[in-house]
Design a protein around this ligand. Structure first.
Ligand code: GUN
Length: 298
């Protein structure tokens, strides 16, 4: 068997096109466009690339992008004051503070300062609680993007065995919640899990989000399983000076001959995150203007 390679890039592009159409309709109905504020503190090169890509995608969708680039020495008090200002700004529907923050700033204090109803990252504990208890709220972008790919591939997920490898607040835990909501039988595996290969072997759905290059081996995969690889790991630079290749948390070549479907790295889960961020911002704008929006139609 050769697995179907899931084209996250194409799926995300389609989603972004539909969002752009919805932005135009929203603008006609309300006289304004949805607005996303992104805050970057410091000069981390990877974060700068992410923020630039978010800005470009926001503008391409016809939304307003408010970028705030602050020095690495910004005090926590100044950052919190900016969050307060964005919370109060009626043109801002979504607020994203790019992580990681410099070491002298308490990330939790910043995340909890964001108005939960503008928290398009879905990181605020209020939104985590809403997801866990089945209330309407914002769902973190990467796991929601993974769920979209899974449902597009498999349709109804009810009754399937799923394993999520990784228990972060950003991916692993919300991913597990989403799969429980879809009536999967969910195992959350992590660094202390015993006999991980056997746990993975019985899963119809594998979501790998551990941040360890090619840790999940092809022979661990149940034949026909759907494999979602959230990992983005850069291999060491080549002797000639060129950048190392990007690899996921799954041994892609090994899994390809066993799985039913698998996301590549790059071009799988990665492009979904920004598309879902735009969608969350769009939903926020609709809620704040009391305009109806079908959140189950992707
Ligand atoms: N850093 C890496 N990914 C993310 C993300 O999805 N949201 C935020 N706020 N920071 C990140």
């Amino acid at each position: 068997m050769t697995a179907n390679i899931i084209d996250g890039k194409a799926f995300a592009l389609g989603l972004r096109e539909r969002i752009a159409t919805q932005v135009a309709t929203f603008r006609e109905a309300t006289g304004r466009v949805p607005g996303l504020a992104v805050v970057l503190v410091g000069e981390d090169p990877a974060s700068a690339v992410y923020v630039r890509n978010k800005h470009k995608a926001t503008v391409a969708a016809g939304m307003a992008s408010f970028e705030h680039k602050l020095s690495a020495h910004t005090s926590q008090a100044d950052l919190l004051a900016l969050v307060d200002q964005l919370n109060a700004d009626p043109a801002v529907d979504g607020i994203l503070v790019q992580l990681p923050l410099p070491g002298h700033i308490d990330e939790r204090a910043v995340i909890t300062r964001i108005d939960p109803d503008k928290d398009v990252d879905g990181f605020h504990p209020v939104n985590a609680g809403r997801l866990a208890t089945g209330l309407e709220g914002f769902v973190p972008c990467t796991p929601l993007g993974c769920l979209m790919l899974l449902k597009d591939q498999l349709g109804d997920l009810a009754g399937l065995d799923a394993v999520v490898i990784g228990r972060s607040n950003i991916v692993g835990k919300p991913m597990a919640q989403l799969l429980v909501k879809e009536s999967c039988t969910v195992t959350v595996a992590h660094s202390k899990t015993r006999d991980l290969s056997s746990v993975v072997k019985r899963a119809d759905i594998v979501v790998a989000a551990v941040g360890r290059p090619e840790m999940v081996k092809g022979e661990w995969i149940k034949p026909g399983a759907c494999v979602i690889d959230v990992g983005i790991n850069r291999e060491p630079a080549q002797p000639g000076g060129s950048n190392g290749r990007l690899v996921g948390d799954v041994d892609f070549a090994g899994a390809l001959s066993v799985a039913g479907a698998i996301t590549p790295v790059p071009g799988g889960v990665g492009p979904m995150t920004i598309a879902v961020l735009l969608r969350n911002t769009m939903i926020s704008a609709h809620r704040r203007e009391d305009v109806s929006y079908d959140k189950d139609a992707w």
